[in-house]
Design a protein around this ligand. Structure first.
Ligand code: AFP
Length: 338
């Protein structure tokens, strides 16, 4: 029973027991689920970071509403990477930008949907946020789960430095049967919250960990299977090991599966056409690498370098990525780079 259902069980019991009987308050009523702001405050998270996360969570709620009510069609435009946009790409991007402006805490923000940084410098503006407002949007018309990915840095001087420099937090939302929001704060772990029926994100799992080995695999970019003998050997290894295939084509739900099960590996290597792979460092791979390292996992490129050590040369630069259970990622990347 998720915390959300329990929340209603408690609410109904509380109303029933206090209105008709003076029943003793059972133990579980004392532990009402924590809201994410309350939880983060208890964990000593900086108030400005909590405020930024509050605004991102607010934007996630509006994106969720738009997905369930919005137009899933294409708009005939392309994003800065030349990828066709759906209406929800454009709307989600605007919703997040609006929320970050309202926070007055950012200097500038970078979106996968925009060519350059957008200046939102407010009176207290110093933070930098990079985000993919709607990852997996090509899946929207299929009703498969999609997501949003966010990274928060202490300032906007991210170019020509390792991407981990100044990174304070990362988070992602999953728009599926349940709306969940996974948040990682530097040195304070990875935690999952769920949107309840009264519009509040409540804690469902604290201090998520990823085991070093796995029985699952999520093999992205299988074009590389036919082009790269090493990736063919890796994929054949997974099949020979009779691993369970868990791949949807959406990075966010595919990585969320690994966190939810506590183990797994997701791969998206380079191919002959995309020599740095498809996934973006700033908007997808670095935030996810941050989340997974806070959960005891690993995230490497196919040369064996740590994703978070990657030097940022361009806001839209791409990187191959192998992410998930630490020992599995290290062993597989060893096979790719040997
Ligand atoms: P879209 O946002 O265009 O749907 O791409 C999703 C994505 O960026 C990431 O979420 C997936 O892991 C990856 O692309 C899937 O790429 P392929 O379509 O090449 O499998």
């Amino acid at each position: 029973m998720t915390l959300n259902n329990r929340f209603y069980q408690e609410k109904c019991y509380k109303d029933f027991s206090t209105s008709y009987f003076s029943l003793p308050t059972p133990y579980f009523l004392m532990s009402a689920p924590l809201s994410f702001n309350h939880f983060l405050r208890e964990r000593g998270v900086d108030s400005n970071v909590r405020s930024l996360l509050y605004h991102l969570a607010r934007g996630v709620k509006y994106i969720n509403f738009s997905i369930r009510a919005g137009n899933t069609g294409k708009v005939g435009s392309e994003n800065s990477s030349g990828e066709e946009q759906v209406a929800l790409d454009v709307l989600a991007d605007q919703l997040i930008l609006d929320e970050l402006r309202k926070s007055e805490l950012c200097d500038c923000v970078a979106s996968e949907e925009q060519v350059a940084c957008t200046d939102v410098s407010g009176p207290r503006g110093k933070y930098f946020v990079a985000y993919d407002p709607l990852d997996g949007s090509s899946l929207i018309d299929t009703n498969l789960a999609v997501g949003s990915i966010f990274g928060i840095w202490e300032n906007s001087e991210v170019l020509e430095k390792p991407v981990e420099n100044g990174m304070l937090a990362a988070c992602f939302a999953v728009y599926g049967p349940r709306i969940t929001f996974v948040i990682s704060i530097k040195g304070k772990g990875t935690h999952e919250f769920e949107l309840n029926d009264v519009g509040e994100f409540i804690l469902t799992e604290a201090d998520i960990t990823v085991a070093p080995e796995t029985k699952y695999f999520a093999p992205g970019n299988l074009r590389a299977y036919a082009q790269d003998p090493k990736y063919k050997a890796v994929t054949d290894f997974w099949l020979a090991e009779q691993r369970k295939l868990r791949y949807s084509g959406g990075m966010v739900p595919d990585l969320n599966h690994i966190l939810a099960k506590g183990n797994g590996i997701f791969s998206y290597p380079a191919d002959n056409e995309n020599t740095n792979g498809k996934l973006r460092l700033l908007f997808e791979c670095a935030p996810m690498a941050f989340v997974f390292e806070e959960a005891g996992g690993a995230a490497l490129n196919q040369a064996g370098g740590r994703i978070l050590d990657t030097i940022v040369t361009d806001y839209h630069q791409r990187t191959p990525i192998f992410i998930g259970s630490k020992k599995e990622v290290e062993d597989i990347v060893q096979m790719m780079s040997s």
